[in-house]
Write a protein that binds this ligand. Sequence first.
Ligand code: AMP
Length: 285
Amino acid sequence: MSKLKIAVQKSGRLNEDSISLLKNCGIHIDNGKDQLKASASNYPLEVLYLRNGDIPQYVEDGVADLAIVGENLLVESQNDIEIVRKLGFSKCKLSLAVPKDVQYDGVQFFDGKKIATSYPNTLNQYLKKNNVNAEIHLIKGSVEIAPNIGLAEGICDLVSSGSTLFKNGLKETDTILTSEACLVKSKKLNAEQNALLDTLLFRLDAVQKGKKSKYVLMNVPNDKLKVVIKLLPGMRSPTVLPLAEEGWSSVHSVIEEGKFWEVIDQLKAAGAEGLLIVPIEKMVL
Ligand code: AMP
C-alpha cells in the first residue's frame, strides 16, 4: 500500500507548528527525540525531519512527497515543486533595512552599495527589477549585525514583528515579499499517493476552517430575532431554540474570525445578550 513521506523542519521555527498541524489532523506520530524519521501509527504517513534549506530539493527529487516550508524558501530555492495549501503560520516578510539614521528615499539608495543577506536569489531578482546595481554579500546567520560591523550598508532579511531590526538600530525600507508556511508537493506523486493526499487535505481544510471561525451562542428576545438572524450568516442558517423563560430564544451560529468583533458589536446593538464564544476544532462543510 502507498504511503506519503512528508518533510518537516528538524529544528527551528516551523517544527512545532508543523507537527501540531499533523496532530490536529488526527495523525499520531511517535516522535522520539533525535529521530530523523518517524511513522504515523494511524495514517500511511512517514515524517522526515530535515534541515530547512535542504527540503525543497528533496521534494523536487521525490525523496519526500510533501513538505512544510516557508514560501520565502521556495522563492529563494526556485525548485520545481507545487504549493498545495498556505498554512497561515510563520507569517513574515523579506525586507530591506538600513541603519535608522540613514536618509533613505528609495531603493536606488543601494546603487553601488553592499547588502548582506541569506536570500541572494530573491534579492537579486528585486534589485534587477528595480535597476539597482548593488553588491550582495551572502551570510548565513545574524544578518542584522552586518551594518554595525561595517560589512554592508543595508540588509535583506526576514522580518515579523520588527523587534530584531529595532534592537540593532535598523529600519525597514522595502518589503520584497510576504511569506507564510506552505504545504508543498512533489510532481512525482503517483495516482494512489495523490488520492491519499486528497484525504489529508480534507482533514487539513477542516482544521483550517475551524481555526478561522468561532461558534457563538446568545440569548435574544423573540421580538429581536429577525434582526439578529439577519446579522448571522452561519453555515446554512442559525439554530434557534426556545429558552425556558418565555419570550426568549437561544441563537447559535458560526462567525468568521475576520468579521468577528464587528458582528459581535452589531449583535449586541440589536439586542443579543449573554454571548458565549467557543473555539471550533474542526469544520466540515
Ligand atoms: P528558521 O527556523 O530561522 O530556519 O526559519 C525557518 C522558516 O521560518 C523561514 O524560512 C521562514 O519561513 C520562517 N521564519 C523565519 N524567520 C521568521 C520570523 N522572524 N517570523 C516568522 N517566520 C519566520
